[in-house]
Design a protein. Structure first.
Length: 434
């Protein structure tokens, strides 16, 4: 066993009872394990050690035993999440009963279990994080987890003149450069609004620094989907925010970085007008999307269940049967795996999140609560990054997205409770004076 593995276990093993007695500690530790992935840097036996389960099981047990705020789980978004899980169950059972889909049924149930665990931890997060102070810690943890990848690689990025390609740790959810680019785009608004809302000078400076270095980090993923997501996030922030003037020097910095420091290999990869711009990757995406559409026309209601993008089904429905790939899109992925109704449910959750975010921002401005408004905006813009980069990535069940959904639900519950308490105090003081 390596020294890194020993150090990791030295932290995790004593944390088991703490996760049980203090589920919020478990939620934060699970967030670090899920997103910073320290276990994948610990060589040796830690690669097969059930790190996530070691944290999640006592956290869930502590939540079930000690939690007294079940009402926090009641919201439109949690209802839609329950409907999604119910529909995923129906599509999985339907696929299991279909002879044509038997080749991918074992993988389908494994993916079903993974998504079920993600949604379960989403509910636990909603139930445990019950104050603005705890929500702030969760946001800081999210921002720092993904900033870690960029800061760790920053010396190599600078020394290589941006020729260094940024990847996540092996076997993690962000191992691929495209997946990491998606996650960094989702993190960018979190860092921006933490820099805006933090009160301590050193903290504000830290998050401004992380926000600024995140941009070349996204560039160095060499992901065209990440570049699309970055443009979408920056454009939405510029159009929606009153502090848009702050973004002008940031945008200029990005242009300067690309113009003066980006290597020709990066410019060639991102240039849509270059000769051969439609490369094998682009053709693979088109082939996967064609497969998804043709397949769903034959199975419009339930699709084929999780892990539908298989060699056997591509032979029947793909334009190029030999070019077998994943969905390459959150939208086409959900469409093929869960049918038109499944995609409608999935997008209903997205729409609900934006509606909730706008409502929170509106009421926050009425109450003069700029921190709450900033947190609501950060969640919305993070989802924009997910949706834009997700046009070209099959990460429909990315746990980071569901964590952001949880943060919005928590923010709504906590903010409205605090505002109601303030108004109650005002009424009591007025009655006493009268």
């Amino acid at each position: 066993m390596s020294l890194r593995a020993i150090l990791l276990l030295a932290v995790l093993i004593p944390s088991i009872p703490v996760c049980f007695w203090r589920p919020f500690y478990g939620v934060i530790l699970w967030t670090i394990v899920a997103f910073a992935s320290p276990q994948w840097y610990a060589w040796g036996s830690a690669f097969v050690f059930p790190t996530a389960e070691l944290v999640a099981i006592p956290t869930i047990a502590g939540f079930l035993i000690f939690n007294r705020g079940w009402s926090r789980l009641v919201s439109r978004e949690t209802f839609l999440l329950l409907l999604l899980i119910l529909w995923f169950t129906i599509t999985s059972i339907s696929a299991d009963a279909t002879p044509l889909f038997q080749d991918h049924v074992p993988d389908m149930w494994l993916r079903y279990q993974f998504v079920l665990k993600v949604i379960l931890m989403t509910f636990v997060t909603i139930g445990v994080v019950n104050s603005m102070a705890r929500l702030r810690i969760l946001f800081i943890t999210l921002g720092c987890c993904f900033s870690f990848y960029v800061v760790k690689a920053l010396p190599f990025i600078l020394m290589s003149g941006m020729s260094f390609r940024l990847y996540g740790p092996p076997r993690s959810m962000v191992e691929d450069n495209n997946d990491l680019g998606l996650a960094l785009n989702m993190t960018l608004p979190i860092l921006f609004f933490l820099a805006q809302t933090e009160t301590k000078v050193w903290s504000k400076r830290l998050f401004w620094f992380l926000f600024l270095v995140m941009i070349p980090g996204i560039f160095c993923t060499y992901s065209r989907g990440a570049l699309v997501g970055l443009v979408a996030v920056m454009l939405m922030m510029f159009l929606r925010l009153k502090q848009r003037t702050v973004l002008i020097p940031v945008a200029l910095l990005g242009v300067i970085i690309v113009g003066l420091f980006a290597p020709e290999s990066w410019k060639d990869r991102m240039n849509p007008a270059r000769k051969g711009a439609v490369d094998n990757s682009a053709f693979s995406r088109l082939n996967s999307w064609t497969f998804a559409w043709r397949f769903t026309k034959d199975y419009p209601l339930t699709g084929g269940g999780f892990e539908t993008f298989t060699k056997e089904l591509f032979a029947r429905y793909a334009a190029n049967p030999s070019d077998v790939h994943g969905p390459h899109s959150i939208y086409f992925g959900v469409l093929a795996e869960h049918g038109f109704f499944g995609l409608a449910l999935y997008m209903s959750l997205v729409v609900s999140c934006f509606a909730t975010g706008r409502r929170i921002v509106k009421w926050a401005h009425l109450h003069g609560d700029e921190v709450v408004a900033g947190y609501a905006n950060m969640c919305q813009f993070s989802i924009v990054g997910f949706l834009a980069s997700g046009l070209f990535l099959g990460r429909a069940y990315f746990d980071y997205y569901y964590t952001i959904v949880a943060c919005l639900v928590i923010l709504k519950k906590v903010a409205f409770a605090e505002w109601a308490a303030r108004e109650s105090e005002v009424v009591e003081v007025a009655e006493q004076v009268a």
